[in-house]
Design a protein around this ligand. Structure first.
Ligand code: TYD
Ligand code: MG
Length: 470
Protein backbone atom coordinates (compact mmCIF):
# COMPACT_ATOMS: atom_id res chain seq x y z
CA UNK A 1 0.00 0.00 0.00
CA UNK A 2 1.37 3.37 -0.93
CA UNK A 3 1.98 5.51 2.15
CA UNK A 4 0.87 9.10 2.16
CA UNK A 5 3.85 11.36 1.63
CA UNK A 6 2.63 14.44 3.45
CA UNK A 7 1.74 15.04 7.03
CA UNK A 8 0.44 17.96 9.04
CA UNK A 9 2.67 19.42 11.71
CA UNK A 10 1.84 22.02 14.32
CA UNK A 11 4.38 24.81 13.86
CA UNK A 12 4.34 25.78 17.48
CA UNK A 13 4.64 22.46 19.30
CA UNK A 14 5.61 19.95 16.65
CA UNK A 15 2.62 17.63 17.07
CA UNK A 16 1.96 15.54 13.94
CA UNK A 17 -1.51 14.93 12.45
CA UNK A 18 -2.81 12.88 9.58
CA UNK A 19 -5.09 15.65 8.37
CA UNK A 20 -5.35 19.39 8.67
CA UNK A 21 -7.18 20.97 11.60
CA UNK A 22 -7.75 24.56 12.62
CA UNK A 23 -6.54 24.06 16.13
CA UNK A 24 -3.72 21.93 17.48
CA UNK A 25 -5.10 19.58 20.10
CA UNK A 26 -1.72 19.17 21.71
CA UNK A 27 -0.90 22.81 22.47
CA UNK A 28 -4.18 24.56 21.73
CA UNK A 29 -2.69 26.94 19.15
CA UNK A 30 -4.96 28.10 16.35
CA UNK A 31 -3.96 28.05 12.70
CA UNK A 32 -0.57 26.58 13.49
CA UNK A 33 -0.87 23.35 11.53
CA UNK A 34 0.89 23.25 8.19
CA UNK A 35 1.37 20.58 5.59
CA UNK A 36 4.85 19.15 5.30
CA UNK A 37 6.47 16.35 3.40
CA UNK A 38 6.72 13.24 5.54
CA UNK A 39 10.26 12.06 6.15
CA UNK A 40 11.13 9.01 4.09
CA UNK A 41 10.91 5.83 6.13
CA UNK A 42 14.55 4.86 5.99
CA UNK A 43 14.62 1.36 7.40
CA UNK A 44 11.90 -1.04 8.30
CA UNK A 45 11.71 -1.09 12.06
CA UNK A 46 12.50 -4.34 13.79
CA UNK A 47 15.16 -5.30 11.29
CA UNK A 48 17.17 -2.18 12.09
CA UNK A 49 16.76 -2.73 15.79
CA UNK A 50 17.74 -6.38 15.77
CA UNK A 51 21.52 -6.18 15.99
CA UNK A 52 22.19 -3.56 18.67
CA UNK A 53 25.20 -3.59 20.93
CA UNK A 54 24.77 -4.35 24.62
CA UNK A 55 25.55 -1.28 26.70
CA UNK A 56 27.52 -1.43 29.93
CA UNK A 57 25.98 0.15 32.97
CA UNK A 58 28.27 1.93 35.41
CA UNK A 59 27.76 3.20 38.95
CA UNK A 60 27.07 6.78 39.95
CA UNK A 61 30.42 6.97 41.66
CA UNK A 62 33.58 7.77 39.85
CA UNK A 63 35.49 10.84 38.88
CA UNK A 64 35.09 12.47 35.54
CA UNK A 65 37.29 15.27 34.36
CA UNK A 66 36.12 18.62 35.69
CA UNK A 67 34.56 20.49 32.77
CA UNK A 68 36.93 22.98 31.27
CA UNK A 69 35.30 26.33 30.68
CA UNK A 70 36.28 28.92 28.18
CA UNK A 71 35.64 32.46 29.31
CA UNK A 72 34.25 34.74 26.66
CA UNK A 73 35.65 37.93 28.09
CA UNK A 74 32.11 39.25 28.50
CA UNK A 75 31.60 38.83 32.22
CA UNK A 76 27.82 38.98 32.12
CA UNK A 77 27.66 36.27 29.43
CA UNK A 78 30.03 34.08 31.42
CA UNK A 79 27.91 34.51 34.51
CA UNK A 80 24.74 33.47 32.72
CA UNK A 81 26.37 30.48 31.07
CA UNK A 82 27.55 29.24 34.45
CA UNK A 83 31.13 30.50 34.40
CA UNK A 84 32.21 30.12 30.80
CA UNK A 85 31.53 27.98 27.76
CA UNK A 86 31.90 24.22 27.97
CA UNK A 87 33.39 22.52 24.93
CA UNK A 88 30.80 20.49 23.04
CA UNK A 89 27.90 22.34 24.60
CA UNK A 90 25.10 23.97 22.67
CA UNK A 91 23.54 27.28 23.65
CA UNK A 92 20.32 28.63 22.22
CA UNK A 93 20.00 32.41 22.36
CA UNK A 94 16.41 33.55 21.90
CA UNK A 95 14.94 37.01 21.75
CA UNK A 96 12.82 39.48 19.85
CA UNK A 97 14.11 40.77 16.53
CA UNK A 98 16.38 43.76 17.01
CA UNK A 99 17.03 43.15 20.65
CA UNK A 100 20.75 42.62 20.09
CA UNK A 101 21.38 38.90 19.71
CA UNK A 102 23.65 39.29 16.71
CA UNK A 103 25.47 42.16 18.37
CA UNK A 104 26.09 40.19 21.55
CA UNK A 105 27.32 37.10 19.74
CA UNK A 106 29.52 39.07 17.38
CA UNK A 107 31.08 40.81 20.37
CA UNK A 108 31.60 37.47 22.09
CA UNK A 109 33.11 35.95 18.95
CA UNK A 110 35.46 38.89 18.51
CA UNK A 111 36.60 38.84 22.12
CA UNK A 112 37.17 35.09 21.98
CA UNK A 113 39.05 35.39 18.71
CA UNK A 114 41.26 38.07 20.22
CA UNK A 115 42.08 35.58 22.96
CA UNK A 116 43.29 33.09 20.35
CA UNK A 117 40.16 30.96 20.17
CA UNK A 118 39.08 29.97 16.68
CA UNK A 119 35.62 31.40 16.09
CA UNK A 120 33.31 30.97 13.15
CA UNK A 121 30.30 33.23 12.64
CA UNK A 122 27.80 31.96 10.09
CA UNK A 123 25.14 34.49 9.24
CA UNK A 124 22.02 33.40 7.44
CA UNK A 125 20.27 36.71 7.88
CA UNK A 126 22.77 39.34 6.98
CA UNK A 127 25.29 39.66 4.22
CA UNK A 128 29.01 39.64 4.90
CA UNK A 129 29.10 43.40 4.38
CA UNK A 130 26.38 44.01 6.93
CA UNK A 131 28.21 41.98 9.54
CA UNK A 132 31.46 43.75 8.70
CA UNK A 133 29.74 47.09 9.11
CA UNK A 134 28.56 46.06 12.54
CA UNK A 135 32.03 44.81 13.45
CA UNK A 136 33.46 48.17 12.48
CA UNK A 137 30.87 49.94 14.57
CA UNK A 138 31.79 47.75 17.52
CA UNK A 139 35.48 48.40 16.95
CA UNK A 140 36.24 44.76 16.31
CA UNK A 141 37.11 44.72 12.61
CA UNK A 142 40.62 43.54 13.48
CA UNK A 143 39.43 40.48 15.40
CA UNK A 144 40.31 37.26 13.53
CA UNK A 145 36.76 35.88 13.33
CA UNK A 146 35.95 33.56 10.43
CA UNK A 147 32.88 35.08 8.85
CA UNK A 148 30.56 33.50 6.31
CA UNK A 149 27.09 34.12 4.97
CA UNK A 150 25.48 30.77 4.34
CA UNK A 151 22.14 29.06 4.73
CA UNK A 152 22.57 25.62 3.25
CA UNK A 153 23.26 23.26 6.10
CA UNK A 154 24.97 20.75 3.87
CA UNK A 155 27.70 23.29 3.13
CA UNK A 156 27.97 24.36 6.73
CA UNK A 157 28.34 20.80 7.97
CA UNK A 158 30.93 20.05 5.31
CA UNK A 159 32.89 23.09 6.43
CA UNK A 160 32.75 22.29 10.13
CA UNK A 161 33.14 18.53 9.99
CA UNK A 162 36.91 18.62 9.77
CA UNK A 163 39.71 17.44 12.01
CA UNK A 164 40.43 20.97 13.25
CA UNK A 165 37.02 22.59 13.63
CA UNK A 166 36.62 26.04 15.20
CA UNK A 167 36.39 26.25 18.99
CA UNK A 168 33.21 28.27 18.86
CA UNK A 169 30.60 28.31 16.10
CA UNK A 170 27.76 30.81 15.92
CA UNK A 171 24.73 30.12 13.73
CA UNK A 172 22.67 33.28 13.25
CA UNK A 173 19.87 32.19 13.06
CA UNK A 174 18.63 28.60 13.14
CA UNK A 175 15.41 29.67 11.41
CA UNK A 176 17.24 30.66 8.25
CA UNK A 177 19.12 27.39 7.86
CA UNK A 178 17.77 24.66 5.62
CA UNK A 179 18.53 21.09 4.69
CA UNK A 180 18.00 20.53 0.98
CA UNK A 181 16.93 16.95 1.63
CA UNK A 182 13.72 18.22 3.22
CA UNK A 183 10.95 19.73 1.17
CA UNK A 184 9.64 22.18 3.71
CA UNK A 185 10.60 25.84 3.79
CA UNK A 186 13.28 27.24 6.14
CA UNK A 187 11.84 28.16 9.50
CA UNK A 188 9.27 25.37 9.59
CA UNK A 189 9.29 22.91 12.43
CA UNK A 190 10.82 20.07 10.50
CA UNK A 191 13.59 22.24 9.02
CA UNK A 192 14.49 23.88 12.31
CA UNK A 193 14.44 20.59 14.14
CA UNK A 194 16.46 18.73 11.55
CA UNK A 195 19.04 21.52 11.18
CA UNK A 196 19.42 21.89 14.93
CA UNK A 197 19.76 18.15 15.29
CA UNK A 198 22.51 17.89 12.68
CA UNK A 199 24.44 20.84 14.10
CA UNK A 200 24.13 19.62 17.68
CA UNK A 201 25.34 16.15 16.75
CA UNK A 202 28.32 17.64 15.01
CA UNK A 203 29.12 19.94 17.93
CA UNK A 204 29.09 17.01 20.34
CA UNK A 205 31.18 14.87 18.02
CA UNK A 206 33.76 17.52 17.18
CA UNK A 207 33.67 19.16 20.58
CA UNK A 208 33.05 22.78 19.64
CA UNK A 209 30.81 25.27 21.42
CA UNK A 210 27.73 25.93 19.33
CA UNK A 211 25.58 29.04 19.63
CA UNK A 212 22.20 28.92 17.91
CA UNK A 213 20.26 32.13 17.54
CA UNK A 214 16.49 31.70 17.62
CA UNK A 215 13.73 34.21 17.05
CA UNK A 216 10.88 34.73 19.38
CA UNK A 217 7.31 34.92 18.16
CA UNK A 218 4.79 37.55 19.16
CA UNK A 219 3.53 35.20 21.84
CA UNK A 220 6.96 35.19 23.44
CA UNK A 221 8.04 31.64 22.68
CA UNK A 222 10.83 30.66 20.37
CA UNK A 223 9.54 30.54 16.84
CA UNK A 224 9.29 27.09 15.42
CA UNK A 225 9.48 24.14 17.67
CA UNK A 226 9.98 24.21 21.35
CA UNK A 227 11.79 20.93 20.71
CA UNK A 228 15.00 22.83 20.04
CA UNK A 229 14.89 23.95 23.65
CA UNK A 230 14.94 20.33 24.71
CA UNK A 231 17.80 19.45 22.41
CA UNK A 232 20.26 22.10 23.57
CA UNK A 233 22.20 22.29 26.83
CA UNK A 234 21.52 25.91 27.63
CA UNK A 235 18.68 28.24 26.72
CA UNK A 236 19.31 31.94 27.10
CA UNK A 237 16.68 34.58 26.53
CA UNK A 238 17.69 38.08 25.61
CA UNK A 239 15.00 40.48 26.72
CA UNK A 240 14.40 44.15 27.08
CA UNK A 241 11.96 46.84 26.18
CA UNK A 242 12.40 48.52 22.84
CA UNK A 243 12.31 51.99 24.36
CA UNK A 244 14.86 51.20 27.06
CA UNK A 245 18.54 50.90 26.50
CA UNK A 246 19.31 48.06 28.84
CA UNK A 247 18.96 44.38 28.01
CA UNK A 248 18.77 41.32 30.17
CA UNK A 249 20.21 37.95 29.28
CA UNK A 250 18.41 35.30 31.25
CA UNK A 251 19.25 31.61 31.55
CA UNK A 252 16.05 29.57 31.52
CA UNK A 253 17.74 26.21 31.18
CA UNK A 254 21.34 25.29 31.83
CA UNK A 255 22.81 21.84 32.05
CA UNK A 256 26.14 23.36 33.09
CA UNK A 257 25.09 25.93 35.63
CA UNK A 258 22.31 27.61 37.53
CA UNK A 259 19.18 28.84 35.81
CA UNK A 260 17.49 32.14 36.60
CA UNK A 261 20.87 33.80 36.42
CA UNK A 262 20.79 37.15 34.66
CA UNK A 263 23.31 39.28 32.86
CA UNK A 264 22.58 42.96 32.39
CA UNK A 265 23.75 44.91 29.38
CA UNK A 266 23.33 48.40 28.11
CA UNK A 267 22.89 49.06 24.39
CA UNK A 268 25.10 51.96 23.42
CA UNK A 269 26.43 53.40 20.18
CA UNK A 270 29.41 51.12 20.50
CA UNK A 271 27.48 47.92 21.09
CA UNK A 272 26.46 46.18 24.28
CA UNK A 273 28.19 47.30 27.43
CA UNK A 274 28.17 45.28 30.61
CA UNK A 275 26.34 46.65 33.59
CA UNK A 276 28.13 45.49 36.68
CA UNK A 277 25.82 47.22 39.12
CA UNK A 278 22.26 46.96 37.76
CA UNK A 279 20.60 48.37 40.87
CA UNK A 280 22.34 51.69 40.37
CA UNK A 281 21.14 51.71 36.76
CA UNK A 282 17.52 50.96 37.64
CA UNK A 283 17.45 53.54 40.40
CA UNK A 284 19.30 56.21 38.45
CA UNK A 285 16.27 58.29 37.57
CA UNK A 286 14.46 57.95 40.85
CA UNK A 287 13.16 61.10 42.46
CA UNK A 288 12.86 61.01 46.20
CA UNK A 289 9.81 62.10 48.15
CA UNK A 290 7.19 61.37 45.55
CA UNK A 291 4.02 59.62 46.55
CA UNK A 292 3.47 56.34 44.76
CA UNK A 293 7.07 55.26 44.49
CA UNK A 294 8.87 52.58 46.43
CA UNK A 295 12.09 50.60 46.03
CA UNK A 296 11.80 46.83 45.82
CA UNK A 297 14.75 44.68 46.79
CA UNK A 298 14.37 41.85 44.31
CA UNK A 299 16.35 38.81 43.42
CA UNK A 300 17.15 37.68 39.88
CA UNK A 301 18.73 34.27 40.13
CA UNK A 302 21.47 34.63 42.67
CA UNK A 303 21.68 38.34 42.09
CA UNK A 304 19.99 41.03 44.13
CA UNK A 305 18.53 43.86 42.06
CA UNK A 306 16.88 46.98 43.42
CA UNK A 307 14.15 48.48 41.28
CA UNK A 308 11.69 51.28 41.69
CA UNK A 309 8.01 50.37 41.68
CA UNK A 310 5.67 53.18 40.73
CA UNK A 311 1.96 53.29 41.28
CA UNK A 312 -0.67 55.81 40.36
CA UNK A 313 -4.08 55.61 41.96
CA UNK A 314 -6.46 58.14 40.46
CA UNK A 315 -10.22 58.63 40.72
CA UNK A 316 -11.92 56.90 37.84
CA UNK A 317 -14.68 58.14 35.63
CA UNK A 318 -15.33 54.66 34.31
CA UNK A 319 -17.88 52.18 35.57
CA UNK A 320 -15.19 49.56 35.75
CA UNK A 321 -12.00 51.24 36.89
CA UNK A 322 -8.83 50.52 34.93
CA UNK A 323 -6.00 48.36 36.16
CA UNK A 324 -2.91 48.63 34.02
CA UNK A 325 0.41 46.99 34.76
CA UNK A 326 3.81 47.24 33.12
CA UNK A 327 6.50 44.84 34.25
CA UNK A 328 4.46 42.84 36.71
CA UNK A 329 1.63 40.35 36.68
CA UNK A 330 -1.74 42.05 36.32
CA UNK A 331 -3.70 39.28 38.03
CA UNK A 332 -1.29 39.56 40.95
CA UNK A 333 -2.16 43.26 41.20
CA UNK A 334 -5.87 42.48 41.22
CA UNK A 335 -5.27 39.96 43.97
CA UNK A 336 -3.29 42.42 46.01
CA UNK A 337 -5.95 45.12 45.66
CA UNK A 338 -8.57 42.61 46.75
CA UNK A 339 -6.51 41.69 49.81
CA UNK A 340 -6.04 45.35 50.75
CA UNK A 341 -9.75 45.87 50.32
CA UNK A 342 -10.92 42.80 52.21
CA UNK A 343 -8.31 42.63 54.95
CA UNK A 344 -7.43 46.26 55.49
CA UNK A 345 -10.69 47.93 54.48
CA UNK A 346 -9.29 50.12 51.73
CA UNK A 347 -11.64 50.55 48.80
CA UNK A 348 -10.10 51.02 45.37
CA UNK A 349 -13.45 50.58 43.66
CA UNK A 350 -13.73 54.12 42.39
CA UNK A 351 -10.10 54.43 41.37
CA UNK A 352 -7.96 53.50 38.42
CA UNK A 353 -4.73 51.80 39.44
CA UNK A 354 -1.63 51.95 37.26
CA UNK A 355 1.54 50.11 38.14
CA UNK A 356 4.93 50.43 36.53
CA UNK A 357 8.26 48.80 37.17
CA UNK A 358 10.63 51.65 36.32
CA UNK A 359 13.35 51.01 33.79
CA UNK A 360 11.46 48.29 31.95
CA UNK A 361 12.45 45.32 34.08
CA UNK A 362 9.96 42.47 34.29
CA UNK A 363 9.47 41.12 37.79
CA UNK A 364 8.01 37.70 38.39
CA UNK A 365 8.79 37.28 42.07
CA UNK A 366 5.88 37.22 44.54
CA UNK A 367 8.30 38.95 46.90
CA UNK A 368 7.35 42.20 45.16
CA UNK A 369 3.86 42.15 46.74
CA UNK A 370 4.80 44.23 49.74
CA UNK A 371 6.58 46.83 47.62
CA UNK A 372 3.61 47.05 45.26
CA UNK A 373 1.27 47.45 48.24
CA UNK A 374 3.49 50.24 49.56
CA UNK A 375 3.55 52.06 46.23
CA UNK A 376 -0.22 51.73 45.78
CA UNK A 377 -0.98 52.86 49.34
CA UNK A 378 1.48 55.70 49.05
CA UNK A 379 -0.14 56.99 45.88
CA UNK A 380 -3.62 56.49 47.31
CA UNK A 381 -2.81 58.41 50.47
CA UNK A 382 -0.54 60.99 48.90
CA UNK A 383 2.10 60.22 51.51
CA UNK A 384 5.55 59.47 50.07
CA UNK A 385 7.26 56.33 51.31
CA UNK A 386 10.51 57.12 53.13
CA UNK A 387 13.17 57.66 50.47
CA UNK A 388 15.77 55.54 52.19
CA UNK A 389 13.70 52.39 52.65
CA UNK A 390 13.66 49.21 50.57
CA UNK A 391 10.76 46.80 50.68
CA UNK A 392 10.31 43.09 50.07
CA UNK A 393 7.86 40.41 51.17
CA UNK A 394 5.04 38.30 49.82
CA UNK A 395 1.44 38.98 50.83
CA UNK A 396 -0.94 36.07 51.30
CA UNK A 397 -4.69 36.07 50.77
CA UNK A 398 -5.42 36.62 54.44
CA UNK A 399 -3.18 39.67 54.41
CA UNK A 400 -0.27 38.00 56.16
CA UNK A 401 3.21 39.00 55.06
CA UNK A 402 5.08 35.86 54.11
CA UNK A 403 8.74 35.05 54.17
CA UNK A 404 10.80 35.26 50.98
CA UNK A 405 14.04 33.69 49.85
CA UNK A 406 17.44 35.16 50.68
CA UNK A 407 16.54 38.19 52.81
CA UNK A 408 20.18 38.74 53.76
CA UNK A 409 21.30 39.06 50.13
CA UNK A 410 18.65 41.69 49.53
CA UNK A 411 19.61 43.59 52.68
CA UNK A 412 23.25 43.54 51.70
CA UNK A 413 22.55 45.04 48.30
CA UNK A 414 20.33 47.70 49.86
CA UNK A 415 23.05 48.60 52.38
CA UNK A 416 25.57 48.78 49.56
CA UNK A 417 23.43 51.37 47.78
CA UNK A 418 22.99 53.47 50.89
CA UNK A 419 19.51 52.55 52.04
CA UNK A 420 18.97 52.96 55.77
CA UNK A 421 16.07 50.64 56.48
CA UNK A 422 14.15 47.72 55.06
CA UNK A 423 10.48 46.88 55.34
CA UNK A 424 10.51 43.10 55.39
CA UNK A 425 8.61 40.03 56.59
CA UNK A 426 8.80 39.13 60.24
CA UNK A 427 8.59 35.48 59.40
CA UNK A 428 11.48 33.38 58.24
CA UNK A 429 11.40 30.61 55.68
CA UNK A 430 11.16 27.17 57.21
CA UNK A 431 14.69 26.23 58.09
CA UNK A 432 15.86 29.82 57.54
CA UNK A 433 18.22 31.41 59.99
CA UNK A 434 17.94 34.92 61.22
CA UNK A 435 21.03 36.63 59.91
CA UNK A 436 22.21 39.82 61.52
CA UNK A 437 21.43 42.67 59.14
CA UNK A 438 24.40 44.31 57.48
CA UNK A 439 25.84 47.45 58.96
CA UNK A 440 23.89 50.64 58.40
CA UNK A 441 20.50 49.11 57.68
CA UNK A 442 17.64 48.79 60.16
CA UNK A 443 15.08 46.09 59.47
CA UNK A 444 11.45 47.05 60.08
CA UNK A 445 9.62 43.79 60.30
CA UNK A 446 5.95 43.50 59.45
CA UNK A 447 3.60 40.57 59.91
CA UNK A 448 0.41 41.78 58.21
CA UNK A 449 -0.62 44.10 55.41
CA UNK A 450 -2.33 46.21 58.11
CA UNK A 451 1.11 47.20 59.38
CA UNK A 452 1.89 48.66 55.98
CA UNK A 453 -1.38 50.57 55.88
CA UNK A 454 -0.41 52.11 59.19
CA UNK A 455 2.61 53.68 57.51
CA UNK A 456 0.35 55.71 55.26
CA UNK A 457 -2.17 57.23 57.64
CA UNK A 458 -4.00 59.25 55.03
CA UNK A 459 -4.93 56.06 53.18
CA UNK A 460 -8.02 56.09 55.38
CA UNK A 461 -9.07 59.46 54.01
CA UNK A 462 -10.65 59.35 50.53
CA UNK A 463 -12.30 56.06 49.79
CA UNK A 464 -11.65 54.12 52.91
CA UNK A 465 -14.35 51.84 54.23
CA UNK A 466 -14.94 51.21 57.86
CA UNK A 467 -12.18 49.43 59.72
CA UNK A 468 -13.06 45.76 59.93
CA UNK A 469 -13.49 44.55 63.47
CA UNK A 470 -10.41 42.66 64.51
P1 TYD B 1 20.84 43.10 16.47
O1 TYD B 1 22.03 42.55 17.16
O2 TYD B 1 20.88 43.16 14.99
O3 TYD B 1 19.53 42.37 16.91
P2 TYD B 1 19.02 40.89 16.63
O4 TYD B 1 20.15 40.11 16.07
O5 TYD B 1 18.57 40.42 17.99
O6 TYD B 1 17.87 41.01 15.70
O7 TYD B 1 20.57 44.52 17.11
C1 TYD B 1 20.22 45.54 16.35
C2 TYD B 1 19.79 46.71 17.16
O8 TYD B 1 20.78 47.17 18.06
C3 TYD B 1 19.51 47.81 16.20
O9 TYD B 1 18.21 48.27 16.45
C4 TYD B 1 20.56 48.83 16.45
C5 TYD B 1 21.06 48.53 17.80
N1 TYD B 1 22.52 48.76 17.94
C6 TYD B 1 22.99 49.79 18.70
O10 TYD B 1 22.22 50.56 19.28
N2 TYD B 1 24.34 49.97 18.84
C7 TYD B 1 25.24 49.17 18.22
O11 TYD B 1 26.45 49.37 18.36
C8 TYD B 1 24.73 48.10 17.41
C9 TYD B 1 25.68 47.18 16.69
C10 TYD B 1 23.39 47.92 17.29
MG1 MG C 1 20.28 39.33 14.16
Amino acid sequence: MAKSTTRFVCQSCGAVYGKWAGRCEACGAWNSIAEEAAPAASSPQGKALANGRVIDFVSLQGVGEPVARRETGIGELDRVSGGGLVAGSVLLVGGDPGIGKSTLLLQAAAQLALKAAKCAYVSGEESVDQVRLRARRLGFEQAPVDLAAAMNLRDIIATLDVAQPPDVVIIDSIQTMYLDSLDSAPGTVSQVRACAHELIRLAKRRGFVLFLVGHVTKEGTLAGPRVVEHMVDTVLYFEGERGHHFRILRAVKNRFGATDEIGVFEMTDGGLGEVANPSALFLAERRGNVAGSCVFAGLEGSRPVLVEIQALVAPSSLGTPRRAVVGWDSSRLSMLLAVLEARCGIAFGGHDVYLNVAGGLKISEPAADLAVACAVLSSFSGVPAPADIVVFGEIGLSGEVRAVAQPDLRLKEAAKLGFASALMPRRLRTGGRKASPPEGITPREVGHAQDVVALFPAANAPGRKEEPKA
